[in-house]
Ligand binder design. Structure first.
Ligand code: MRU
Length: 374
């Protein structure tokens, strides 16, 4: 237990029981397994901004639960049920300001605000409003794993159906979309897990995902943890890997998918999609419906977070010593937008959205169909 490497290799990003929240400090992985106590929304905001927790679904759940812990442990609150709802709403707005690109966080905040406003309209006491908030945020944690397992199931079956070559499938993925980026199992990495469980995964390739190395530090850690046959590549090796015929499909996650299917995801995703198109390899996005932003007709309107120059200038995504020349200027967008034209399908927990001959996806109709069946 001396150097951290032998500690329990847990993949649990979020540890929660009512009144207490701990987040696995992903900046320390894969060398150390350390949990940080999150006592309130301020701690939650800082943990998200500083990448203690990252990945679109995990950010949303961690933010919601940080406020749940705050109100669970709040002593007295002076005010009416409506004041309690306003208090929660302004804390949610504050949490949404931590990182702008992933829609899951603002989607969760909008849903939670509606719940507390409804509760306040009928409640005679403040604790009823707080209770409604805490219970709703706990449901988000519980629902996420089931949703990811459904994504894994639909994605693995679809990839198998589409596979024209050998029975076993080799898949390339980018960034980290696994247990560590969600409440458990993962989205794109969930599809890889499901292919492996079905015995049809030949090999998973994961990129390093520069500059923050979510691939080499986190995805590689998850793949090794689960004994999945896997190989790490430099981001710049992806096109050569495809040209060598070693990849049957590319699958990535999403931070925000516009109504036409344009997808914001970790920087480098767009390059992978262009390479895949050039080599005739299908390129899939795996994401829960909470990652879809139907208010945006296309990806043009997606706000892309720019992160600190330090992530490029210093080793380990900004956490280590300086490695780049002092004085150089830096452009460090955390995400890019891949146009729908180069995406073959979007795997959700309700099935796979395809393009049916056109250049873009009609996600609105897909969602309407799903909702009419529910
Ligand atoms: O900057 P990060 O690590 O939060 O970026 C994460 C990604 O881009 C993931 O692909 C996306 O959030 C989906 S996670 C299931």
């Amino acid at each position: 237990m001396s150097n951290g490497v032998e500690q329990d290799k847990t993949l649990q990003a979020i540890r929660y029981k009512r009144g207490s929240l701990q987040l696995l400090d992903q900046r320390k992985l894969p060398l150390e397994t350390t949990y940080l106590d999150i006592r309130d929304s301020k701690d939650g905001w800082v943990a998200i901004k500083d990448m203690v927790v990252r990945g679109a679904p995990a950010i949303a759940i961690a933010a919601a639960l940080s406020l749940a812990v705050e109100v669970s442990n709040l002593g007295a609150f002076s005010g009416t049920p409506n004041d309690a709802a306003s208090f929660l709403s302004s804390k949610l707005d504050y949490l949404v300001s931590s990182r702008p690109t992933a829609v899951n966080l603002s989607d969760a905040a909008t849903k939670l605000k509606e719940i507390v406003q409804k509760a306040a309209a009928t409640a005679s006491e403040v604790p009823t409003v707080f209770q409604a908030y805490v219970e709703a945020s706990e449901v988000m944690l519980q629902d996420d794993v089931a949703s990811n397992k459904a994504i894994g199931h639909y994605g693995a079956s679809f990839l198998q159906e589409q596979q024209t070559g050998p029975k076993n499938i080799s898949v390339l993925t980018h960034c980290n979309t696994g247990s560590l980026a969600t409440a458990g199992y993962g989205t794109a990495l969930g599809v890889i897990r499901a292919l492996h469980e079905k015995g049809v995964l030949e090999r998973a390739y994961c990129t390093e995902t520069r500059p923050f190395n979510q691939g080499s530090r986190l995805t590689a850690f998850e793949l090794v943890h689960d004994n999945i046959p896997a190989t790490l590549i430099a981001d710049s090796a992806a096109a050569a890997l495809m040209k060598a015929g070693r990849v049957n499909a590319v699958i990535v996650g999403a931070d925000r998918v516009a109504a036409n299917g344009d997808t914001a995801n970790k920087i480098g995703t767009y390059s992978l999609a262009l390479s895949a198109m050039h080599h005739g390899i299908p390129f899939y996005v795996a994401a829960p419906l909470t990652s879809i932003d139907l208010s945006l007709p296309s990806g043009k309107e997606i706000v892309i977070e720019e992160r600190s120059a330090k992530e490029l200038l210093h080793a380990r995504g900004g956490l280590g010593e300086q490695v780049a020349a002092s004085g150089i200027s830096v452009w460090n967008p955390a995400f890019d937008v891949t146009p729908a034209t180069v995406i073959s399908g979007i795997v959700t927990e309700k099935g796979v959205v395809t393009k049916d001959g056109s250049d873009s996806f009609d996600i609105k109709s897909f969602v309407q169909k799903v909702e009419s069946k529910a």
